[in-house]
Design a protein around this ligand. Structure first.
Ligand code: ATP
Ligand code: MG
Ligand code: MG
Length: 449
């Protein structure tokens, strides 16, 4: 990847944009870029420098991302809307070509790393609520004010707001103190970067699949000993970690009225209407938000489909959804009819006619049952949270009441980000705050007394 058209190799101390930015150390990487902590000599502050691969398609993608980040920055001068801020962008010429560079506000670890750090045990409801408030604030802004769909919302693309000053911690500079290993390859090189990432993703998906398929095979209450053992591993404190976060990675964003791709979103966070190819809108982000919120609470991916004997990944995904949420409503499957219709026209015109949602006839019979996965085991969210994840009944019920509408099959029935922010669950006063309040009231009373 460090060749013509690929990544730009960076050494610590390298200057960018006529010396304005000085590279400090690698923060991470993705398919398109490496991201570096850099010192901005103009504002005397730390920033994240995203250096795109140089080939034409990557430059195109960077321009796309810059368009969306700029729109988000322009509408949010106060920088309070929980979306990563684009500070600057420029071109950098290197031995591998011209690289578009984005200068972003410097943030901390991703929620994925937070979940991993917490040993996949899940965070407290209070912490999840704080995180959800940030994500929803960001989505509400993108959707309602900008008309933008993020299309790749997931824990990896939500970063904590860093509370550490990079200058004071030169070794692990700037990252929230929960890092075990730096993500990626800290000395900045090697051609096998992508392999590593792919391997990591595959491992994670595998683990999730193993856990989830357990749902179908072993029913309520049969929690494996392995899981119990895993959960008893030493506790880790999340005290002092600011749960504020921001939405990042606008490489796949689109405008609601100008979409670019039919297949969007990372598999596990993909909405049913995307799988069925029946058209999509803002509510696909709400679906991904629902999957993310579940993952924060439980430490497990909500859906981790895999291909099986005689059925594909899409069908397994739909089956997992139906096991949790019940049968797909007729309305969602209505394009079955449309498809029949299209077939008739097809035959008449002898042409391939593309009709949205046509996929459903591949997967469903006319009763709305999956053709190739017949035995589903219904395990609704509130029971799953109690029986499998051992969450307290009352809290699980409240959370399930919040989350279930977000995971509506029918996209138009899902609440908007704004409506979610207004939901009673979002307004529950945290038990910790409650305790603090009582304490301070008692103190006040004593002072008054
Ligand atoms: P992808 O393959 O996910 O599309 P990408 O090349 O578009 O990757 P990003 O996902 O934007 O790159 O960033 C790669 C990594 O760099 C992130 O996972 C994160 O670890 C780190 N990173 C990105 N932006 C920031 C930031 N503003 N502050 C701190 N770290 C960041
Ligand atoms: Mg990313
Ligand atoms: Mg990206």
């Amino acid at each position: 990847s460090y060749r013509k058209g690929g990544y730009h190799a960076v050494r610590i101390g390298d200057p960018f944009s006529n010396g304005r930015y000085i590279a400090q150390r690698k923060l991470g990487w993705g398919q398109f870029s490496t991201v570096w902590l850099a010192f901005d000599t103009l504002s005397s502050s730390y920033v994240a420098l995203k250096i795109q691969k140089s080939a034409q398609q990557f430059a195109q993608a960077a321009l796309h991302e810059i368009e969306f980040l700029s729109a988000a920055a322009e509408g949010d001068l106060q920088n309070t809307r929980c979306v990563v801020r684009l500070i600057d962008h420029f071109k950098h010429a290197g031995p591998n070509g011209q690289h578009l560079c984005m200068v972003l506000e410097f943030l901390g670890d991703s929620l994925l790393r937070l979940i991993r750090y917490n040993r996949y045990k899940g965070l407290s409801f209070d912490k999840v609520r704080e995180i959800c408030r940030c994500i929803l604030t960001g989505l509400d802004y993108l959707h309602r004010e900008l008309g933008m769909i993020h299309s790749d919302l997931k824990p990896e693309n939500i970063l904590l707001v860093s509370t550490i000053d990079p200058a004071k911690d030169p070794v692990r500079s700037g990252l929230t103190p929960l890092l075990e290993k730096p993500e990626g390859n800290a000395n900045g090189g090697g051609g096998s970067t992508m392999n590593l990432i792919e391997k990591k993703l595959k491992r994670r998906a595998k683990r999730a699949v193993a856990k989830i398929s357990e749902r179908r095979s072993s029913m309520v209450g049969a929690l494996g000993g392995e899981e119990a053992a895993a959960s008893s591993k030493s506790e880790r404190s999340l005290d002092g970690i600011d749960m504020r976060c921001k939405v990042v990675d606008f490489g796949n964003a689109c405008w609601a009225d100008k979409q670019f791709a039919e297949e969007i979103q990372t598999r596990q966070y993909r909405a049913p209407e995307v799988i069925l190819k029946s058209g999509y809108s803002f509510s696909v982000d709400m679906w991904s938000f629902g999957c993310t919120a579940f993952e924060l609470v439980t430490g497990d991916m909500l859906f981790a489909p895999k291909e099986g004997n005689g059925y594909g990944e899409d069908e397994d995904h739909l089956a997992l959804m139906m096991e949790l949420l019940g049968k797909m409503p007729r309305k969602v499957l209505f394009f079955c009819l449309l498809f029949m219709f299209s077939l008739v026209i097809d035959v008449c015109l002898n042409e391939q006619i593309a009709i949205g949602g046509a996929k459903s006839k591949d997967y469903f019979d006319r009763h709305g049952d999956l053709k190739r996965i017949r035995r589903l085991k219904y395990w609704p969210l509130d029971r799953l949270l109690v029986d499998k994840y051992k969450l307290p009944e009352a809290e699980a019920k409240e959370f399930a009441e919040f989350l279930t509408p977000v995971l509506e099959f029918a996209p138009e029935k899902r609440p908007t980000a704004q409506q979610c922010l207004e939901h009673p669950w979002m307004k529950v006063v945290s038990t910790q705050n409650n305790a603090d309040n009582v304490e301070s009231q008692v103190k006040n009373l004593k002072i008054k007394g």
